[in-house]
Ligand binder design. Structure first.
Ligand code: PEP
Ligand code: MN
Length: 368
């Protein structure tokens, strides 16, 4: 069960004390208090864990101070959609709204290689009205001998350039909790000119200790990529590790599944799951066409496969796109073969606009 207190009710209030005293009668029920920053106001939520079948929803709802209470099904307790669940979807970060009803584009470098590439990318984004990007500093690689990213050494110039070009949110993968501290320190040193969405990559979807530590901090939202070799259900459970520790600012990322059945794509594109994740949970859903397709192959219609699958995800209602670009893909240190070129940004944005408009028309077509 989840109880949401009225905005003005704090844990110090008499109303809360009365609720706590009532809950104390139920030994098998544990109450975890979380403070959630909603749009404009801070909310206090109480997650009740254990044998909550003993509790009466009507009785709980009758306490003064309670805004509402919902009984949640076993799966995806915090981020899931439940019966009579009117909790809002999404969050706002750095004045950018993330929800199930809008779309944000994060075009950028798979891996930061040089200040020159970062600046060229961000300048292009600004010229095309974009305020979000992706920039990998910590790269998990298959081979121990491959470039692992510049790590903390590039953070300062990445953040300074983001400030210079009006970039408000950078999606950046972290593979260890110490990376979050390094990001925080670099943001402090540079006067916090931008924001960071921490990305948990597909190789770490079930790194539960990493999920817990990233979930314990509430400053940075998190993009959790689906695990490439586990079920959707298992990946959604992984997202709950973030939320159950207190961080509900979670975007769920589809990036394809590892199987040779998807050949010649690098991964089997799974964007048919966009509406499924939106139905099962309240998370905004991201698609990553670059890591799904893994090449710059184009079809007989002259459209790149990367753009075709982006279109499929957007027309199905995706809320975020994470896509690799590079000023010169032939010299990119990671994933050059799948990167779009900077001059392809306008055509990419226009394609996305067309598909989003088509999705909105589809939506209208189904409103009765
Ligand atoms: C990435 O986005 O750079 C990345 C490594 O993605 P994934 O974890 O999906 O492979
Ligand atoms: Mn990559």
């Amino acid at each position: 069960m989840i109880i949401i207190l009225k905005p003005e009710v704090t844990v110090e209030s008499r109303e809360f004390q009365r609720i706590a005293a009532h809950l104390a009668n139920f030994r098998e029920v544990e109450a975890r208090v979380h403070h959630v920053q909603g749009t404009g106001q801070k909310l206090t939520e109480i997650y009740l864990i254990g044998n909550t079948a003993q509790l009466s929803l009507e009785e709980i709802r009758s306490f003064p101070g309670i805004d509402y209470a919902v009984r949640v099904s076993e799966a995806y307790r915090v981020l899931g959609r439940h019966k009579e669940d009117s909790r809002p979807c999404g969050f706002t970060y750095q004045d950018v709204e993330f929800g199930q009803n809008n779309l944000n584009i994060f075009a950028g470098l798979c891996a930061v290689d040089s200040p020159g590439s970062v600046e060229a990318m961000m300048k292009m984004l600004q010229e095309h009205g974009q305020v979000c990007t992706r920039m990998g500093a910590y790269k998990p690689r298959t081979s121990a001998y491959s470039f692992q990213g510049h790590g903390k050494h590039c953070l300062q110039y990445v953040f300074e350039l983001a400030g210079k070009y009006g970039i408000r949110v950078i999606a950046m993968e972290v593979t260890h909790e110490s990376h979050v501290d390094e990001i925080n320190q670099a943001l402090d040193r540079t006067g916090r000119p931008t924001g960071v969405m921490l990305q948990i990559g597909t190789r770490n979807t079930q790194n539960f200790e990493l999920l817990k530590s990233v979930g314990r901090q509430q400053e940075f939202p998190v993009l959790l990529k689906r695990g490439f070799g586990i079920t959707l259900d298992e990946s959604l459970h992984a997202a709950e590790y973030l939320a159950s520790e207190g961080n509900q600012k979670v975007v769920f990322g589809l990036r394809g599944m590892k199987t040779n059945i998807g050949d010649p794509h690098r991964n089997m594109v799974d964007f048919a799951h966009v509406p499924v994740v939106k139905r099962l949970t309240r998370m905004p859903v991201c698609i990553d066409p670059s890591h799904s397709v893994g090449s710059r192959h184009r079809s007989s219609d002259n459209i790149l496969d990367v753009m075709h699958v982006t279109a499929q995800g957007v027309i199905a209602g995706a809320n975020m796109i994470l896509v690799d670009f590079h000023p010169d893909p032939s010299v990119a240190l990671v994933d050059g073969p799948q990167a779009l070129r900077l001059e392809e940004l306008p055509v990419f944005l226009e394609d996305v606009r067309i598909c989003r408009e088509a999705y909105e028309k589809r939506l209208a077509n189904y409103q009765v």
